[in-house]
Design a protein around this ligand. Structure first.
Ligand code: HEC
Length: 248
């Protein structure tokens, strides 16, 4: 009889304790919105499973998980691995839409300067530049005044990275949407005596300088696009990766 009572007690008390604990935890999850299980460290190439606890789209992985990033494994790539990527043609269409004419970019050039007998230092420079996209060739054209810093750096290292961006600012207010494109590629200098100069100049669409003056004043920069990362903050709402990759 006594044994029976103990068994009965266990049968009622244990489920009761279990239920209380479960309710407390689920309430905690509901009120705070933060899952109860801790988020452990993840590798930069980790991909969420379908069982991953849900979270608001504007929260990034690194806010919950410790992640060891380096220059190659970046948060941009982490985002691209975990959210929907659009096909190459669609990404290219968005890029063309963002660059309809002559667009003002910031371009980085980089070269190594000798600072000692065995020492070199990488010197990056960003400058502004107006590029015209040639959608068929997948190239960017610009005119560049002879002797400018960017041109001299490109002679030493033709690898460039250029960004065009638009979006909400404190001063201008407006819609809170951010769009940009970051382009990586190789720049070629087309000099005035090059037979391709005039054809390239037409692709650029000069506005104030006459072609004869341009020939004296400018070299043409032709950048072949190897990689472009398109960014659109609006994609977040649709569950699409805000970073989209286009590669040659
Ligand atoms: C709001 C916090 C939060 C954010 C943001 C978040 N995680 Fe998690 N993640 C968790 C928690 C908590 C767990 C543990 C879940 C469990 O064990 O039940 C987890 C588990 C995981 C796991 C292992 C289990 C699984 O679902 O595969 C991976 C991998 C992971 N997260 C990757 C990511 C990546 C990649 C991102 C960004 C795209 C991300 N997480 C964003 C909280 C978060």
């Amino acid at each position: 009889m006594k044994r029976c009572k103990i068994v009965l007690l266990f049968l009622t008390v244990i489920p009761f304790i279990f239920l209380t604990v479960a309710i407390t935890f689920s309430q905690q999850e509901q009120t705070t919105g933060v899952p109860v299980n801790p988020a452990g460290p993840i590798s930069p190439d980790a991909v969420m499973s379908s069982k991953h606890p849900p979270f608001a789209p504007q929260i990034t992985c690194a806010e919950c998980h410790e992640t060891k990033f380096d220059a190659i494994s970046t948060a941009t790539k982490q985002c691209m691995k975990n959210y929907k990527l659009l096909d190459k043609e669609t990404v290219w269409k968005y890029i063309v839409e963002l660059l309809p004419g002559r667009e003002r970019f910031v371009m980085a050039t980089i070269y190594e300067k000798r600072t000692g007998l065995f020492k070199k230092e990488a010197i990056p420079t960003t400058t502004t530049i107006d590029f015209v996209l040639n959608p068929e060739e997948k190239t960017l054209y610009a005119v560049c005044e002879k002797g400018t810093e960017k041109l001299e750096q490109i002679k030493l290292n033709p690898v460039v990275c250029a960004s065009r961006y638009e979006g909400w600012t404190v001063a201008q207010k407006g819609k809170q949407v951010w769009k940009s494109v970051q382009v990586r590629g190789k720049a070629e200098i087309i000099k005035a005596q090059d037979p391709r100069f005039h054809e390239a100049l037409q692709k650029y669409q000069l506005v104030r300088t006459k072609p004869e003056q341009a020939q004296k004043r400018f070299h043409i920069l032709k950048v072949s696009i190897d990689q472009a990362i398109y960014f659109n903050s609006d994609f977040l709402k649709e569950g699409i990766s805000i970073y989209q990759l286009w590669e040659k």
